[in-house]
Ligand binder design. Structure first.
Ligand code: BEZ
Length: 401
């Protein structure tokens, strides 16, 4: 029976890790992977997409993570870092094998990944069973910090639900009574649709149609024709990366822009505005980051990122950077002794992350509790309009933590 089936208990895990710390000398499996516990380099597995529609997201996360490490002199907890990089291709079918390779063959201390919710689900079983420390810097699958929550599993991004729940209030304030949701047919799209539906119906709104296309297809024409015939008050969308850029352009080309207001989780417009001309102009979204926060921390981050990579950062870069910051908080607390799991987990759980997005903390399920901004595309920026929801916590349904 797996830990999950038994109803994984945090205290039991911590007791177990203490016992195993003594047992590793005689070859028993160590819950934080099999790597050297106290000396040498910390081995970090970067399991992210570097090809396909989410490739730019994987690169931004990697850049952000490495920037956090470089700001600490290339070390975390006083130890140098070795990276082992896997392109997961946003392919859920390959996820268990890729995660297993990092744990069993490469013996990494920590896994940082991934972007796609389906891939994250494939990683979850492997990493929960091996006990390897896992920091998820994007994929919003609710189950990761829901039924599958575990002491060794952390997320520095969002749950899918969090990114659309606040949109209900936004649409209500604009006077929209009904809406159509359009997205890819996989966990992230379905969960963002559910989050929106819940928030909108609480406000008295009605979701009148859910429209899906398989991931990662970007043939939107038939669905856009359907939207034109339904004539809803508003359209809400989740697409990201290359798919988001194509959707924005197709929405404009179909003559819907300016006729039916378009909203979305902020992935629709983050990291794509350079590629879409004026197709994004005026689109309003909710997300835990915006281009114009103008805080000391965000300004310093944006400057350092632009100098290092000759690129503007986006939400994915921030999530990668915060994965580095969270890992640093844990490793600093144990002075690099990654074998001291209980102390490291405790330090990570209690960390207050001074993030470019604003300070955030972790819920009991290890998901960020964070402000959700309302943003509007003006030129090439997602400009902040205000806070749509203060300190929004994912409900973590099914987590026994
Ligand atoms: C996801 O699959 O969880 C996801 C992918 C891209 C952006 C946001 C969420």
């Amino acid at each position: 029976m797996s830990n999950n089936e038994k109803g994984f208990d945090r205290r039991e895990f911590l007791k177990g890790t203490a016992a195993v710390a003594g047992a590793t000398a005689v070859g028993t499996l160590a819950p934080f992977g099999l790597a050297q516990a106290q000396s040498g380099k910390i081995k970090i597995g970067l399991m992210l997409p570097y090809t396909g529609t989410f490739a730019a997201l994987g690169v931004a996360i990697t850049n952000g993570f490495k920037l956090a490490v470089e700001e600490r002199g290339g070390k975390l907890g006083g130890r140098e870092i070795e990276y082992i990089v896997v392109d997961d291709e946003s392919n859920p079918a390959k996820a268990p094998e890729n995660a297993n390779k990092l744990v069993q063959r490469d013996k990494v201390d920590v896994v940082i990944g991934t972007v796609h919710s389906g891939v994250a689900m494939g990683m979850a079983k492997v990493l929960k069973e091996s006990g390897t420390l896992w920091i998820n810097p994007n994929a919003g699958a609710g189950a990761v910090t829901g039924p599958l929550c575990a002491p060794n599993i952390f997320r520095t991004s969002f749950s899918n639900w969090q990114t659309t729940y606040a949109l209900g209030k936004v649409l209500k304030a604009k006077g929209h009574k009904n809406a159509v949701f359009i997205t890819w047919k996989y966990a992230a799209g379905e969960e963002m649709m559910q989050g929106f539906k819940e928030g909108f119906e609480k406000e008295g709104g009605k979701l009148i149609k859910e429209l899906y296309t398989p991931f990662p297809q970007v043939e939107f024409q038939a669905l856009l024709t359907e939207i034109a015939s339904i004539k809803p008050d508003a359209v809400v969308a989740f697409f990201a990366g290359g798919g988001a850029a194509k959707f924005l352009k197709d929405y404009q080309a179909a003559g819907l822009k300016g006729k039916i207001p378009l909203y979305g989780s902020g992935f629709l417009t983050d990291g794509v505005l350079e590629a879409v001309g004026d197709a994004g102009e005026g689109v309003e979204t909710t997300l835990h980051y915006a281009d114009s926060l103008n805080t000391k921390k965000d300004n310093a981050f944006r400057l350092a990122y632009a100098k290092t990579y000759k690129l503007q950062p986006d939400v994915y870069a921030v999530q990668g950077y915060d994965a580095g910051q969270l890992l640093a908080a844990g490793l600093d607390a144990v002075k690099g002794n990654i074998g001291d799991k209980a102390a490291m987990i405790k330090a990570m759980e209690g960390a207050k992350i001074d993030s470019p997005r604003g300070t955030w903390t972790l819920s009991k399920a290890h998901n960020p509790v964070q402000d959700m901004y309302l943003r509007k595309v003006v030129g090439k920026q997602n400009l902040v309009q205000g806070v749509a929801w203060k300190a929004l916590a994912d409900p973590a349904r099914g987590c026994k933590a």
